[in-house]
Write a new protein. Structure first.
Length: 140
């Protein structure tokens, strides 16, 4: 009984190899390359050697898996883009707030080494110019 089961399993396992036929390749008079299971009449054809897949490894991924993987990648990219846009929006709001403070308040102070110091008019104008440039470069 075991021998019969083993023999049947072996024959079923090897049947696709027996069914695989040769593939012939030839070029017609117009220069078009053809592939067929039968060689052409009156023309020379070469046999195409197809490599066998490695044992134990799948030959190709299922299409649904590839689509699912691509969708996961697309979703990750969309999340990253949305995060970057949110960060840029927050940056622009902060830059505009800072610019308004610089333009509307001539007596600004900043903390340097634990001490509060007033900005000179020249420093204030430099920071206004810098803030305007950042807004122009990064914000719409």
């Amino acid at each position: 009984m075991r021998t019969l089961f083993f023999t049947a399993s072996l024959l079923i396992g090897l049947s696709p190899l027996c069914m695989a036929g040769q593939i012939y390749k030839w070029v017609d008079a117009q220069g078009v390359t053809h592939f067929d299971a039968q060689p052409p009449q009156g023309r020379e054809a070469s046999i195409v050697v197809t490599p066998s897949p490695p044992a134990g490894k799948p030959t190709a991924q299922p299409r649904s898996s590839a689509i699912g993987d691509q969708q996961a990648i697309d979703n990750n990219v969309k999340k990253q883009v949305a995060k970057q846009q949110a960060q840029l929006k927050a940056f622009c709001e902060q830059a505009r707030t800072n610019l308004a403070q610089l333009q509307n308040n001539p007596r600004l102070r900043e903390e340097v080494d634990g001490e509060m110091r007033r900005l000179t008019d020249q420093q204030r104008q430099e920071r206004i110019t810098e803030a305007q440039k950042q807004i122009a470069d990064n914000c719409q």
